[in-house]
Design a binder for this molecule. Structure first.
Ligand SMILES: NC(=O)c1ccc[n+]([C@@H]2O[C@H](COP(=O)([O-])OP(=O)(O)OC[C@H]3O[C@@H](n4cnc5c(N)ncnc54)[C@H](OP(=O)(O)O)[C@@H]3O)[C@@H](O)[C@H]2O)c1
Length: 173
């Protein structure tokens, strides 16, 4: 099953100048606990900027000659979201698959109407001067419904929201 995990500020901003402009240890811990041992799908920018290195990492990039490349065990480069899903399903079943960013990768995941979206709202209001990246909030509001909203047990400044797709056409994606 494919899921999204993301953190955003109250305006939907997820990144600035290729970085994440906040640091909440409680979120980092939650992110690690959620994704560890599972396959992650990540856009090339986020992969290069954030050092999101897992044992089962699938990097989205269109800079491929022959579609899909497995460069070393546990790291794959793929040219489409569908290929990312296929690789994860073939190599890493029956684990959960987490789409971990950035903005383009999140947009691709929501276009595919993946099942669940796990969003943490951070209280930092970021000045978007520079190169901001946003979560595709419009798609989220249109195609997903909020099923839970809870404060973080270790840092009540953080709010965790879980969304589920309203109209999934494919049961496992
Ligand atoms: N707050 C959070 O939860 C969070 C998490 C992760 C990242 N971020 C932030 O997000 C920002 C980066 O986001 P971004 O939107 O610039 O980049 P991104 O989504 O990380 O990467 C974009 C690149 O990934 C490839 N790509 C994306 N979707 C694709 C698709 N459907 N098919 C094939 N390739 C695809 C393309 O690579 P090529 O150019 O190689 O073709 C594209 O240029 C950074 O600021 C980062 O810190 C935030």
């Amino acid at each position: 099953m494919v899921n999204v995990i993301a953190a955003m500020d109250p305006s939907g901003l997820i990144g600035l100048d290729r970085a994440i402009p906040w640091d909440y240890p409680a979120y980092s811990e939650r992110f690690k606990a959620t994704t560890v041992g599972n396959a992650i799908i990540v856009g090339r920018h986020a992969y290069e900027a954030l050092g999101l290195r897992g044992e089962r990492t699938i990097v989205l990039t269109r800079r491929l000659d022959n579609g899909c490349r497995l460069t070393r065990q546990g790291l794959s480069y793929v040219g489409t979201f569908q290929d990312a899903y296929s690789i994860a399903s073939i190599h890493y079943p029956p684990q959960r698959i987490w789409v971990v960013g950035g903005g383009h990768a999140f947009a691709a995941a929501l276009r595919r109407r993946i099942n669940r979206v796990d969003i943490t709202i951070v209280p930092t209001v970021v000045d978007p001067a520079g190169r901001p990246t946003h979560f595709p909030v419009g798609d989220l509001e249109q195609h997903y419904r909020l099923i839970s909203e809870d404060p973080d047990p270790h840092d009540p400044r953080l709010t965790h929201r879980l969304y589920q797709c309203r109209n999934r056409s494919q049961p496992s994606r």
